[in-house]
Design a protein around this ligand. Structure first.
Ligand code: NAD
Ligand code: UDP
Length: 311
């Protein structure tokens, strides 16, 4: 099948591209490099089944020829990125999703939206099942991301109901692994890079807030299964093992045998206090669950950052 992946030069989009190519499909990657990198797709330059279009998907998307699937991954994803690019984030979640859905409709293609656990906001139900409607501050700084993704979900369901587009929605929980940028700003990359460079490890607030970290290959496998499934309603994909941010920092220090101090910085506005996916549906409908635990995922992530950081 010929698949269009928006955000293909990003962390997750590039891994997803690799997976579809490895399964024998053709991939057309579309990206404007807002937060992505040519390095993430450089290894595909000579692959005849990969085509790349440099384009902002918040503007009309033109792809010649047949398309069987559209996976919409374009969007800043790290809090520091969407706080730095609030309007492009709102546009790619709204106009970009509309354009990607329009492409799928015109081509008779299946569509998958990369949504997020942020649609649950600072959750009052824990762990979060797909039936939870969330607790989001629409006018706070994070609202630009959360509300764009909530709009994107609504638009996706409307295209399914009105136009009959076969749509899928994945709600992705914190995912980490190779190809995150060193200065990406998310907690795993920050702590690993700080430890490798012998700098203090930054913890926002007291570090008691929790996240559940999923390794990239596990996530991509869940998304691949969801894409081929018949499930239209949103589906959580993430690792249900929950850690405090302080526990994560201590694990990183232990694994890298460093004694770098912990530096407590202010907690960002509206930072969710807890987050953990209920993956009952992914388990039962997709037969999926993560297989890479945090320690093994961190080993691979540390090995990656060792290759990209200055010696
Ligand atoms: P990323 O920043 O590495 O990748 C996003 C990619 O989208 C980048 O290559 C960027 O250049 C591109 N992009 C942004 N705006 C664009 C536009 N208007 N036109 C074309 N390309 C554009 O982030 P990521 O972690 O790979 O996230 C990918 C997707 O997964 C995002 O939609 C994000 O919301 C979602 N997601 C990720 C996580 C996670 O933990 N990594 C969690 C929840 C949801
Ligand atoms: N965080 C931290 N130190 C950092 C970066 C992030 O303590 O250097 C915290 C952040 O406040 C949040 C958690 O780690 O509570 C996860 O942050 P991240 O940016 O990775 O993703 P989020 O889940 O907030 O979207």
């Amino acid at each position: 099948m010929r698949i269009v992946i928006t955000g293909a030069a990003g962390f997750l989009g590039s891994h997803l591209t690799d997976r579809f190519l490895a399964e024998g499909h053709e991939v057309v990657g579309v990206d404007n490099f807002l937060t992505g990198s040519r390095d993430n797709i450089a290894h595909l330059a000579d692959n005849p089944r990969f085509q790349f279009i440099a384009h902002d998907v918040s503007k009309y998307i033109t792809v010649d020829g047949p398309v069987g699937g559209v996976l919409h991954f374009a969007s800043p994803a790290s809090p520091i990125d969407y706080l730095q690019h609030p309007i492009p984030t709102l546009k790619v979640g709204s106009l970009g999703t509309h354009n990607a859905l329009g492409l799928a409709k015109a081509k008779g293609a299946r569509f998958l939206l990369a949504s997020t656990s942020e649609v649950y906001g600072d959750p009052q139900v824990h762990p979060q099942p797909e039936t939870y409607w969330g607790h989001v501050n629409p006018v706070g700084p994070r609202g630009v991301y959360d509300e764009a993704k909530r709009f994107a979900e609504a638009m996706t369901m409307a295209y399914h109901r009105v136009h009959g587009v076969p749509t899928r929605i994945v709600r992705i929980f914190n995912t980490y692994g190779p190809r995150m940028r060193a200065h990406d700003g998310r907690v795993v990359s920050n702590l690993v890079v700080q430890a490798l460079l012998g700098r203090p490890l930054t913890i926002y607030g007291d570090g008691s807030q929790t996240r559940s970290f999923c390794y990239a290959s596990d996530l991509v496998d869940g998304i691949y299964r969801l894409f081929w499934s018949e499930r239209v309603d949103p589906t959580n994909i993430g690792n249900p093992v929950e850690f405090t941010v302080l526990e994560l920092a201590k694990l990183v220090r232990e694994m890298l045998h460093v004694t770098a101090p912990i530096q407590h910085d202010p907690l960002p506005v509206d930072d969710p206090k807890v987050r953990r996916p209920d993956i009952t549906i992914a388990r039962s409908v997709l037969g999926w669950e993560p297989v890479v635990d945090l320690r093994h995922g961190l080993e691979r992530t540390i090995a990656y950052f060792r290759t990209v950081l200055p010696k």
